[in-house]
Design a protein around this ligand. Structure first.
Ligand code: CA
Ligand code: CA
Length: 169
């Protein structure tokens, strides 16, 4: 009886270790995914700004764009990625659908994209791999250079300003 209990205990401990290791791998994979997302978003944003905007686009994005840099303004609040979403998805007029004749910067930023790895939630905010809205700030406080912006995720714990945040600085 004691032997059996010992065996059961050992199996339980091994299963626990296996599960813990599995969770750690999952966590690290998501952190890497968040780093990649921030890189993709940053590169796409810079590319989009570099292309310039038509008069119609400028009118639709008037409440989003900083007039000097054409980067989206953003104050780091929960909804601060809205401008980023509007520019990169091509939903310039913010009605939840890509505007006519516009191609999203990449498929996962389309609000109607149904595959895995969506970058946007139903509130039209840019989300991280844990499905929490990211934060965006322009002018950047941490990237305090010309055309610098801050883009960051709360990381695995879902809380901002903790050690596991994933940031672009
Ligand atoms: Ca639209
Ligand atoms: Ca955190």
């Amino acid at each position: 009886m004691i032997e059996m209990l010992t065996v059961i205990t050992i199996i339980a401990v091994l299963a626990g270790v296996g599960f813990g290791a599995f969770m750690l791998v999952q966590k690290n994979a998501k952190i890497q995914q968040a780093e990649l997302m921030i890189e993709v978003l940053s590169n796409s944003l810079e590319a989009r700004v570099g292309e310039g905007f038509s008069k119609t686009e400028l009118a639709d994005l008037a409440d989003v764009l900083d007039s000097a840099s054409n980067l989206p303004a953003g104050g780091g609040s929960k909804t601060s990625t809205r401008g980023l979403y509007r520019m990169l998805s091509g939903d310039y007029n913010n009605d939840g659908r890509i505007d006519d004749q516009v191609v999203p910067a990449f498929p996962e930023i389309d609000p109607e994209y149904e595959g895995a790895g969506r970058y946007v939630n139903d509130d039209r905010l840019v989300i991280d791999p844990w499905r929490n809205p990211m934060r965006y700030q322009y002018p950047g406080v941490n990237n305090n250079v010309e055309n610098g912006f801050d883009l960051w995720s709360a990381g695995p714990d879902g809380e901002f300003d903790t050690d596991d945040d994933v940031t672009n600085w």
